[in-house]
Design a protein around this ligand. Structure first.
Ligand code: CO8
Length: 258
């Protein structure tokens, strides 16, 4: 399917989705977010896809929500549209892992979009920020909640109140990104991570995603119970038998997603 604001390529079980509005540093407008929701939903349903990578350009992952599109809106319009809620909810319904490969600016909604993915691999040129305060607004698709969980209250307050940018090294040190790689190696390293995930049992992969995400939504006691139950549950799969047999037979497991 051809998109106006995305380039989608599916090969070797990986769906690579590239945000493509270079004239606006990939600013998130309604068209882009609508298309992204559709592309992600299709990748989630496509049996050939086992991992999803979301990226932007070398200069910008995304420089935020499209300020030009939002500027003249009023409260009633924003409220009635439930601005950006359906699109972001579609992203959060995706059950397959999504890796964000971030180079350059990930600001405002761009930083929030990266944080909605399952983990972030950053190039050494990446710059993260929540500069909405400079526009007289606040983050609106998770920035006050997710950034705080990633980096703690003090840094989150600093970022949201001053609007300053965080470089890749600080982002890694603070737990916002899982690794930092040289800009030239960003896609190679991210695709290699996606390929490793694609080799695993897709049942286990989905269970891991659900269990880790549960840690954000529930108490420790409930989360631990959930984890223990899904651990028990996985003993009903062929892939558990295959994984443990392969270990004992000193060979690579051949998972069949059963
Ligand atoms: N929206 C629209 N256009 C943008 C945006 C944006 N967020 N960012 C950049 N652009 C456009 C510029 O206007 C410019 O276009 P033109 O050439 O037509 O003037 C083009 O992209 C290139 O940008 P610059 O010339 O500014 O490039 P620089 O390299 O000089 O600067 C920056 C790069 C620092 C990234 C700068 O562009 C910038 O500060 N951008 C805005 C960053 C920002 O404030 N982001 C937050 C936006 S608000 C938000 O994200 C809220 C999310 C929550 C929504 C929730 C709904 C519920």
């Amino acid at each position: 399917m051809a998109y106006e604001t995305l380039i989608v390529d599916i090969s070797d079980h990986i769906a690579l989705i590239r945000l493509n509005r270079p004239e606006a540093l990939n600013a998130l407008n309604s068209t882009l977010l609508g298309e992204l929701a559709q592309a992600l939903t299709e990748a989630d349903r496509n049996d050939k896809v086992r991992c999803i990578v979301l990226t932007g350009s070398e200069k910008a992952f995304a420089a935020g929500a499209d300020i030009k599109e939002m500027a003249d809106k009023g409260f009633v319009e924003m409220f009635q549209e439930d601005f950006f809620a359906p699109e972001t909810e579609a992203l959060l319904r995706v059950r397959k892992p999504i890796i964000a490969a971030v180079s350059g600016y990930a600001l405002g909604g761009g930083c929030e979009l990266a944080m909605m993915c399952d983990f972030i691999i950053a190039s050494d040129t990446a710059k993260f920020g929540q500069p909405e305060i400079n526009l007289g607004v606040v983050a609106g698709i998770g920035g006050t909640q997710r950034l705080t969980r990633f980096v703690g209250k003090s840094k989150a307050m600093d970022m949201h109140l001053t609007g300053r940018f965080m470089d890749a090294e600080e982002a890694e040190r603070s737990g916002l990104v899982s690794r930092v790689v040289p800009a030239k190696k960003l896609m190679e390293e991210t695709m290699a991570a996606a390929a490793r995930i694609a080799e695993k049992s897709q049942i286990t992969v989905k269970v891991v995603k659900e269990a880790v995400n549960r840690s954000y939504e529930t108490t420790l006691r409930e989360g631990l119970l959930f984890e223990r139950r899904v651990f028990h549950m996985l003993f009903s799969t062929e892939d558990q038998k295959e994984g443990m047999s392969a270990f004992q037979e000193k060979r690579t497991a051949q998972f069949r997603d059963r």
